[in-house]
Design a protein around this ligand. Structure first.
Ligand SMILES: [Zn+2]
Length: 386
């Protein structure tokens, strides 16, 4: 029902395999609770016309927070993931504090009536950085060192809080709203401040035994490009936004200069206009990325790579180069695959956080019963968001 504007009972029966009596019982409850609306009738040649049903988009709300953005972005979305209110908060130059998040959450909920505020089910956050086994977050961008983020947030917010790694949230966004809708094997590659992402394999997120960070695969052994991970020659050390700018400034004899003013998009623009130094740097970045993606292709054989970050707006120039690099390393037995730009644009973090919130709402029996105003009607095994 989430993915279709309207649906009939017969279509639900076919998709779920429920028996007609159970479905009728469920639907009565959901309609009574206001979660499902009867919006029309579909005429039939014989017998009763079929009801057209749809989810009531205003039955519940979520707050989504994108901590990867600076300033931090907040959105209030309805049950269908449509963004209703937006807010930005926080000084990127300062270490982030949970009070900033509390204020942003309050601001996007402010236009709601008291009844609507009651229907805000959760706060869902996508965050940068790495998290340890105790749930403490370390992020250079946010000024955090082993910060017990989720724990602190739960102290100040009076709703369930979900926190997810930005790469995973981006992949969720693209699977729910974007370029990888319904795909069971896909990889999201973010090429921005760093290089990273998430891997969805056979319908589940790939999880390593410890923190897996494919952006730090060495793609140029012996290269002198130092990475913040302490090694040299990683995908990130060559292809991240800052590293593209750094290499360009080195080549034109301005090492370290203009770093704060020149952006990666300007370097790409110069390459587009025929600046040979810029072109060499961009080509090297695409070679590094292409080699790294070919490793991922060889291991995970995804159907789709979705690429975000500085590719947005320059995909016409960058993607053909990246595709050619990957193709030069791909083997026939890897099968067909596509490399596409992300479709959710700059809202990807907010969309991902919303998808995460919706997933938790339908997976968590307590939240589902709050949503439907009844006993839990659907129980599914807990597993990765799909
Ligand atoms: Zn590295």
């Amino acid at each position: 029902m989430y993915h279709q504007p309207t649906i009939t009972r017969a279509e639900i029966l076919e998709a779920t395999g429920l028996n007609p009596a159970s479905l009728s019982h469920c639907m009565k409850r959901l309609i009574r609770a206001g979660l499902v609306l009867r919006v029309g009738e579909l005429g039939a040649k014989a017998g009763r016309p079929a009801d057209l049903l749809r989810l009531n988009s205003e039955a519940a709300y979520f707050v989504a927070v994108d901590l990867e953005a600076s300033p931090i972005r907040f959105a209030l979305s309805n049950l269908l993931g449509e963004i209703r209110y937006r807010w930005e908060e926080g000084d990127p130059a300062k270490a982030m504090d949970v009070s900033v998040i509390k204020r942003g959450v309050d601001m996007v909920c402010r236009p709601l009536s008291a009844r609507e505020r009651e229907a805000v089910l959760s706060v869902s956050i996508c965050r940068p950085g790495i998290v340890d086994a105790e749930g403490r977050v370390t992020s250079v961008n946010l000024g955090w060192e082993k910060f017990p983020f989720a724990e602190k947030l739960r102290e100040v917010l009076d709703r369930p809080v979900f926190v997810e790694n930005a790469g995973k949230a981006y992949l969720l966004a693209e699977r729910w709203f974007g370029a990888a809708a319904g795909v069971q094997d896909c990889i999201f590659v973010e090429v921005g401040k760093g290089v990273g992402g998430a891997i969805f394999s056979r319908g589940e997120f790939f999880r390593g035994r410890t923190q897996a960070e494919f952006g730090h695969m060495t793609v140029e052994p012996g290269a002198s490009d130092l990475c913040k991970c302490g090694k040299a020659g990683c995908m990130e050390a060559i292809a991240s936004a800052n590293n593209v700018v750094r290499q360009y400034l080195d080549r034109v004899g301005l090492p370290g200069r203009l770093v704060s003013t020149l952006t990666v998009n300007e370097v790409i623009d110069r390459a587009r206009r025929g600046d040979l130094h810029a072109l060499a740097v961009v080509d090297r970045a695409m070679r590094a990325l292409g080699l790294g993606l070919s490793y991922l292709l060889a291991i995970f054989t995804p159907e789709v790579f979705v690429v975000g970050g500085y590719f947005l707006g320059c995909e016409d120039f960058l993607l053909p180069r990246l595709r050619a690099e990957v193709a030069s390393h791909a083997r026939e037995w890897n099968g067909t695959y596509r490399i596409v730009p992300c479709a959710t644009g700059s809202d990807i973090g907010l969309r991902g956080a919303t998808a995460l919130a919706f997933h938790h709402a339908i997976e968590d029996p307590a939240m589902l019963s709050r949503l439907s105003g009844t006993e839990p009607v659907v129980r599914r095994s807990r597993k990765s968001p799909e």
